[in-house]
Design a protein around this ligand. Structure first.
Ligand code: 7TS
Length: 423
């Protein structure tokens, strides 16, 4: 008994020290130092976009000050330097995701473009009349609309895996929807509106048992957890740099070589070709076949710095710390009369969506903004989720590892004031 107590107090001490190390990273983010409406900024809109550490800002600036040049096309010094830096980021992403090959890492504009690329290129080659595309009821619009357009064009059917009242997928429901007509499953790893972490590894294995490929939307996963595409065994994985401490306008599509190789180009023009005549164009090899035109080079370099930064943080401690923040906030909001949490999955990332009886979420957002607190209100580009839970919109606080319990206290006090003023 005594030994257990000593061990557990040692474990607690270790945990506190690790949390302290995570919290210490806050000062790397210059934007968080500002005041908004005369109050210290409390930034709880991390699911929309994360803040950027100084190293990412510096790397982007340095690129424009010292390296700016177009890539893949010059023999001159600067072009070679920019090309090396940019291609170096591809290797960093490969290691971040544990992809087998560099050629499986495609630079895109973000999650949205990555999904569109797969829907337009892969989707159009494999989906025909009477086929089905399977998504879930908790998808972001960017993982609904491209598939809907594809299905309309091909006379195929978009099928939807339902979710339960906690905002979880029941695997038995999912299994029933996997049939010989299903041509692809496109699923979010973590829901932006509910916070649900889906059991994607199991779900990929279940789809593969039927020979169906799977695309995972990792927009909300990469900033919060270690992602290993080979362990997940997914066929495609997409994410945006800007939600993972990098710049806007750049993201990644990972795809397995076998599928990418067989896919036609999505966009065409410079860089994606080997040779062009008016009679015939020979496409470039992977990954360049999918990278037409001058990319966001500065953004890519900033993403590389963000990956270096993530690699420096202990991701396991980060996830534990964020979990602690979510649990603390969840306990706190439970004391606010009339407040209902939307999304109570057993496996959740740091998203707290809620409604308060008789108060519109936009009014909650406006009062919180007066206090310097940034949350998101609305449908979070997931209108079907709102319909599922019978609400027009929610207020959503989403946390990152640079947030603190003290900020959550400020947020809770402001929510109590919202009730006093508006209810
Ligand atoms: N998928 C998920 C799960 C997302 O959360 C988002 C953005 C996207 C795709 C699209 O990413 P983009 O970088 O291409 O725009 N989600 C949010 C959000 O929750 N609030 O603002 C954007």
């Amino acid at each position: 008994m005594h030994t257990t107590t000593v061990q557990s107090s040692q474990a607690n001490q270790d945990l506190l020290e690790r949390f302290e190390a995570v919290r210490g990273c806050r000062h790397h983010f210059p934007l968080l130092r500002q005041r908004v409406n005369g109050k210290p900024l409390v930034y709880f809109d991390n699911a929309a976009t994360s803040q950027k550490p100084q190293v990412v800002i510096d790397a982007t600036l340095r690129y424009y000050e010292e390296e700016n040049s177009n890539i893949h096309r010059g023999v001159h010094y600067l072009s070679e330097r920019a090309t090396q830096a940019y291609e170096g980021v591809r290797v960093k992403v490969q290691h971040l995701l544990n992809a087998a090959h560099q050629r499986e890492i495609i630079f895109v504009r973000g999650t949205t473009e990555g999904i569109n690329l797969v829907a337009y290129s892969y989707g159009r080659t494999i989906v025909g009349a009477g086929d089905e595309v399977l998504i879930s009821a908790m998808e972001h619009h960017s993982n609904i609309v491209p598939w809907q357009i594809l299905c309309e064009e091909k006379g195929a059917k978009l099928r939807v895996i339902p979710i339960n009242d906690r905002g979880e997928i029941e695997l038995a429901d999912y299994e029933k929807l996997l049939t010989s007509r299903t041509k692809i499953v496109a699923l979010t790893h973590v829901s932006n509106a509910l916070g649900t972490i889906n059991p994607v590894k199991t779900m990929v294995a279940m789809a593969h048992a039927h020979g169906i490929p799977v695309l995972l939307d990792g927009a909300q996963a990469v900033p919060h957890m270690k992602v290993d595409v080979r362990d997940l065994d997914c066929d495609f994985y997409v994410f945006s740099a800007h939600k993972a401490f990098g710049p806007t306008g750049v993201g990644i599509l990972y795809g397995v070589t076998k599928l990418l190789d067989a896919m036609p180009p999505y966009q065409s023009g410079g860089d994606m070709i080997k040779s062009v005549t008016f009679e015939k164009t020979i496409y470039n090899d992977l990954p360049y076949k999918f990278e037409a035109g001058t990319p966001n080079i500065g953004g890519g370099i900033g993403m590389g710095a963000a990956i270096d930064y993530i690699n420096e943080i202990d991701l396991a401690s980060l996830a534990e710390y964020e979990h602690e923040l979510l649990a603390y906030a969840t306990r706190g909001v439970a004391e606010i009369p009339g407040l209902r949490i939307i999304g109570t999955a057993r496996e959740k990332a740091s998203v707290l969506s809620f409604v308060i009886d008789g108060i519109h979420p936009h009014d909650i957002g406006t009062i919180l903004d007066d206090e310097g607190i940034a949350i998101r209100t609305g449908h979070h580009c997931a209108q079907p989720v709102m319909q599922r839970f019978g609400v027009p919109a929610t207020a959503r606080a989403s946390f990152a590892f640079y947030n603190t319990k003290e900020e959550i206290d400020v947020f809770l006090a402001a929510l109590h004031r919202v009730r006093e003023v508006l209810a």
